[in-house]
Design a protein around this ligand. Sequence first.
Ligand SMILES: Nc1ncnc2c1ncn2[C@@H]1O[C@H](COP(=O)(O)OP(=O)(O)OP(=O)(O)O)[C@@H](O)[C@H]1O
Length: 286
Amino acid sequence: MSVPLLEFRHVWFRYPNTLTPVLQDCSVALGAGRKTALLGLNGSGKSTLFYVAAGLYRCDRGEVYWQGQRLVHQPAALRQWRQRVGLGFQDPEQQLVAATVAEDISYGLCNLDLPTPEIEARLEQTLREFELLELADCPLHHLSLGQKRRVALAGVMALAPPLLLLDEPTTYLDHTQTEHLRAVLDRIHAAGTTIVIATHDLDFAYCWADWIIILADGHVVVSDCSDVVFDQWQTQASSQCLGIPTLLNLWLSLPPSWRRQRQPPRTVAEFSHALGDLFRDLLGHR
Ligand SMILES: Nc1ncnc2c1ncn2[C@@H]1O[C@H](COP(=O)(O)OP(=O)(O)OP(=O)(O)O)[C@@H](O)[C@H]1O
């Protein structure tokens, strides 16, 4: 078995001002190359898990590993760690540091001590990819929340970390921007980046993820391939309170005898195609 990209081993974490640990004996492995959705109710510890994974918080007990190498909270090791693990915060306001869009995206690139022509090239490419060229010189405080979200994401992705953790990236995005985000993520993933998204957007997770992790009370209760997890979605206690993805719900409303031999569709296009097949079968045209 290959070594996971990032691994939590029996991690415990408690905020200084609280009695109960948020992460409780949390063990999970993030395999390289996956598109993982991290699911869990409000307060289950998803953001906290990301902060610990990114080296922003230090766990009280347990260990965190990068390809088998243990995370040590020393300045040089942390600097290297943060180049490996990119984190997009849930609240974009927490992430934006500069005055304008272009300055904000350049900020992280400058911290990498890259040569100026490379910074300029990466900035231009990022602005283009995130459709931010026209907003390049716009002051950040003039942007809508959705636009700030896009700039914050662009800033993280410009650094091209091998592991990208995105906390609720679809929040505040309209339909077009959500579709655009999906395309960008697909491209980044195809270029070799491992991506983990913490989300309440089950429909997004259903279409996008190939791996699902469910967190409950700071503990990983499910970590499996998405086909397996969604196949058992209705019978899994941990998924009960999370709701059900719309496409899966619609699929389960079709005749069981008809869908039994078929793979559940994971996109609207696949679902429409399957419905066409069903109607043709019902009308005896096949
Ligand atoms: N700075 C903090 N100090 C004390 N408690 C905190 C702090 N940040 C978060 N918590 C608590 O830790 C628990 C887990 O919070 P966290 O934000 O990690 O959960 P989450 O799963 O990301 O939630 P959501 O889905 O609502 O974003 C919550 O009970 C929260 O109140």
